[in-house]
Design a protein around this ligand. Structure first.
Ligand code: SAM
Ligand code: SF4
Length: 353
């Protein structure tokens, strides 16, 4: 038992609280009239890979007493859903290495008012866990895969086993998820020459794919981020030489701009924090495993929800009120500058990508 919280509240009592407080209206509107209906929950800062753009080779992870218990994560998530959030993404670090993840997923999936529970994973544990994740009620998963070349995969992830990840991806493909999406961070001279191959891979599997520009989160030692920058516009040009792409008007309310690959079931998305600022439509906030509510990916603005719930165990109303007030400090936009040292010192693994 990590703290007194666990003795005051458990999954079933949270369900009862939710029944009394379920909201039909979204109460999470910020100063810029943006409605927050999507929360990303980082359930661990740890990972079994060490991707070059995400982590430095030697990382210090949080001690156990500093991280939220699974019940605390569920309690905070319940408050968000009670306030009108309808989509939760479980992420990390690598979420599948947190013990008890499947029971957390099952308990999140049934929160009254939640439309969609989704997750992001590096696939290293999907081979043995895909079935349980699907059964727990996860509707869609995003899988990170930056290359189809096993040697490159090892270089980019520093320690990853490509074949194991492929087995994980195939296991997920068999489960009948509503959608699987590949996320690929593209770096110049590391994997930019694979964008067409990655799209063909997605088409073959019936997946979507999103290309992500690297963001300057945390200090990394492997490369100069400005030198490795490869813009979404360049990727789009590369893809147009091989595919017929139709710009899609479909919006997830998020940062992705989508194109459909004509004649296939695959959509190609672009997340372009540098070349196309997406902040005006931002509909999301993030909860770190330390219990910090991050109001913006590219700013340090945060509110310590762990402090609130540990000082006032079981006080659902206070937690909801704290969350509502937090939105007042959600910044208008992120400021990413590739040529300077990162202003955001936390790595993406701690942020919850
Ligand atoms: N470990 C899981 C995974 O890799 O899918 C989930 C967490 S990871 C932090 C979530 C996503 O963030 C991954 O798709 C990863 O490629 C992306 N990511 C990590 N660091 C990034 C960075 N500096 N810039 C852009 N994307 C990054
Ligand atoms: Fe781990 Fe995901 Fe970060 Fe790679 S991107 S080091 S898999 S958390």
């Amino acid at each position: 038992m990590v703290n007194s919280y666990h003795t005051h509240i458990c999954y079933s009592s949270i369900s009862k609280l939710m029944k009394h407080t379920q909201q039909t209206q979204n109460l999470l509107i910020d100063r810029f009239d943006r409605r927050v209906d999507y929360v990303r929950l980082s359930i661990t800062d740890r990972c079994d890979l060490r991707c070059l753009y995400c982590m430095s080779e030697k990382m210090t992870f949080l001690p156990r007493e500093q991280i939220l218990t699974l019940e605390e994560i569920h309690f905070i998530a319940s408050a968000f859903v009670a306030l009108g959030v309808n989509k939760l993404r479980v992420t990390g670090g690598e979420p599948l290495i947190r013990q008890g993840v499947i029971s957390l997923l099952s308990n999140l999936a049934v929160l009254p008012g939640l439309n969609e529970l989704v997750m992001t994973t590096n696939a290293t544990h999907l081979e043995e866990m895909a079935e349980a994740i699907h059964a727990a009620g996860v509707k869609r998963i995003n899988i990170s895969l930056d290359t189809l070349n096993p040697d490159r995969f090892r270089k980019i992830t520093r320690v990853g086993d490509f074949q194991r990840v492929m087995r994980g991806i195939n296991a997920a493909g068999r489960q009948g998820f509503k959608k699987i999406k590949i996320n690929a961070v593209i770096l110049k001279n590391r994997n930019h020459d694979e964008v067409c191959d990655l799209v063909n891979f997605a088409i073959d599997k019936g997946f979507d794919i999103s290309f992500i520009e690297e963001m300057p989160l945390g200090m990394i030692d492997a490369h100069d981020r400005a030198e490795a920058y490869y813009s979404s516009d360049k990727i789009l040009d590369d893809l147009k030489s091989q595919f017929n792409l139709l710009h899609s008007t479909e919006s997830t309310g998020g940062p992705s701009v989508y194109h459909q690959v004509v004649g296939t079931h695959t959509n190609v998305g672009f997340i372009s924090p540098h070349s196309h600022n997406f902040c005006s439509t931002c509909n999301r906030v993030r909860l770190t495993v330390e219990g910090k509510l991050l109001l913006c990916l590219g700013n340090e603005h945060s509110v310590d929800l762990k402090k609130v719930i540990r000082a006032n165990p079981g006080d659902f109303d206070l937690l909801k009120q704290t969350i509502i007030s937090s939105l007042e400090i959600k910044p208008e936009k992120h400021e990413f500058e590739l040529t300077e040292k990162p202003v955001i010192l936390r790595h993406m693994s701690a942020t919850g990508g």
